[in-house]
Design a protein around this ligand. Structure first.
Ligand SMILES: [Zn+2]
Length: 446
């Protein structure tokens, strides 16, 4: 078995045979890409994964043995070889085994703005093209070791994220688990493609609402359409000089939280201004995205109320680079200076920090960029790894994910090296497993 043969698009049926499973013991939908054509029998394939280190979502262990059966983790043993007779063992010397990474803020229906501007994606690309792109983005995300994404708005593709999620769940296409927001909810007049001409009614790329009634109705519609989370813009660039200013009132935001929480869902708020963040905090949302307008007072309040921050620092850098900034050569632009300052204030405050890059603004599959930038901005690699696994899972209510624990789902990645020492090693993937199915494998086993 040569590593190159099994990089990326390995023939999975052959893989399963090599791993000791038999083709007939695999249910059709355990093999990615093959639609289920009969009632699947439970997959009872077992295998041990043995790695030099295991990051369990919280801490590092040496000499880790993890037993996977079907789609679940059966046990994790550290520091001693368990009895493995009769069960295949995959050895990963010099490697670290981790929970599948959780992308906290993606847009699978967007691609980088230096390829095509947001306006042009929303007005000139058909939904068929955008869905075709989303399919490739989903595959790239999974192959980069991100086995779950919280996808925060289709930006003009209506509820197509829910359809994409179903296609992945049915095994039609490979991709991560998805938490879908469907359409972002924005205040009338604040968002979307803008024109000097008031005669034109241009696409908004989101759901415009007004008032408590309007907000409650839209949240209920989205829940009915399959939204897992509700995304609301608490501010946007609609000031007199295109600066970010608050949009919804506290009462409107509270209405979104009341309906969403009544249905067991969380509200996610986009906010870059201090006032927008303060209103979101008062409304009792669960996470605030971006948050560059935050200061010590804001982050202390968030911590007190148990509201998490998803700082999306690499998207800010990406947008600056699309405007000509050369990272490491030019001085930091004001937006990056501001992001670094608020990030360090957030870190010092002890507010819960999520890992989510706003990927889509930059290339899908390059999700690790956010983890690297968080380390650059002062967070320890261990804390970043916790954010991308157990912390994201807890805040998003994913009770069987983000940890290497018995009875948890077998979403597991293995990387060469030790990412708690060098975060870049999360890119050195040796294995990607989701639901116990291996999507990428490169071992040294002869
Ligand atoms: Zn976003």
């Amino acid at each position: 078995m040569t590593p190159s043969r099994f990089n990326g698009k390995a023939p999975v049926l052959g893989l399963l045979l090599l791993l000791g499973g038999s083709a007939s013991s695999q249910t059709p939908d355990a093999i990615h890409g093959a639609p289920a054509t009969q009632t699947p029998a439970p997959d009872t394939t077992s295998r041990w994964l043995h790695a030099t280190h295991v990051f369990d979502g919280v801490t590092m262990h040496d000499d880790g043995w993890v037993l996977v059966r079907g789609k679940h983790i059966v046990t994790a043993v550290y520091g001693q070889k368990p009895p493995t007779e009769g069960t295949p063992v995959l050895d990963f010397p010099g490697c670290t085994l981790l929970p599948g990474l959780i992308e906290g803020h993606s847009h699978l229906f967007l691609h980088p703005y230096n390829e095509t501007s947001w306006d042009d994606q929303v007005t000139k690309e058909s939904r068929a093209e955008r869905t075709a792109r989303a399919v490739t983005h989903a595959q790239a995300t999974l192959m980069a070791g991100f086995t779950t994404v919280r996808d925060l708005g289709t930006e003009g593709c209506w509820y197509d994220d829910v359809g994409l999620k179903h296609a992945i769940e049915k095994g039609v296409i490979p991709g991560p688990r998805m938490l879908c927001a469907t359409r972002a909810i924005v205040a009338t007049g604040s968002y979307g493609v803008k024109s000097e001409s008031s005669d034109l009614d241009l696409p908004k790329g989101a759901a415009e609402v007004d008032g408590v009634e309007g907000m409650m109705h839209e949240v209920r519609v989205q829940i009915g359409k399959g939204a897992d989370v509700i995304k609301v813009y608490a501010d946007y660039r609609w000031g007199p000089h295109d600066e970010a200013e608050p949009t919804f009132t506290v009462d409107e935001l509270k209405a979104a939280v009341a309906v969403a929480s009544s249905s067991g869902r969380i509200v996610v708020v986009h906010s870059t201004t201090k006032e927008g963040m303060l209103r979101a905090i008062q409304a009792g949302v669960t996470t605030i995205e971006h948050g560059q307008g935050g200061d010590d007072t804001v982050f202390r309040l968030m911590k007190e109320k148990g509201i998490a921050l998803c700082p999306t620092v690499s998207a800010g850098e990406a947008i600056s680079s699309y405007h000509g900034w050369r990272k490491g050569i030019d001085p930091d632009p004001i937006s990056v200076v501001r992001a670094k300052k608020s990030f360090s204030q957030a870190l010092a405050s002890g507010v819960t920090i999520l890992m989510g890059g706003d990927v889509g603004v930059f290339t899908h599959g390059d999700n690790a960029r956010e983890m690297e930038t968080m380390v650059e901005y002062g967070m320890s690699p261990l804390a970043v790894l916790q954010s991308a696994t157990s912390v994201n899972a807890r805040v998003f209510g994913l009770n069987e994910l983000g940890n290497i624990k018995a009875r948890y789902l077998a979403d597991i990645i293995i990387v060469q090296g030790d990412p708690t020492r060098d975060i870049h090693t999360v890119r050195a993937l040796r294995m990607v497993m989701k639901d116990g199915v291996i999507y990428k494998l490169a071992t040294n086993t002869p």
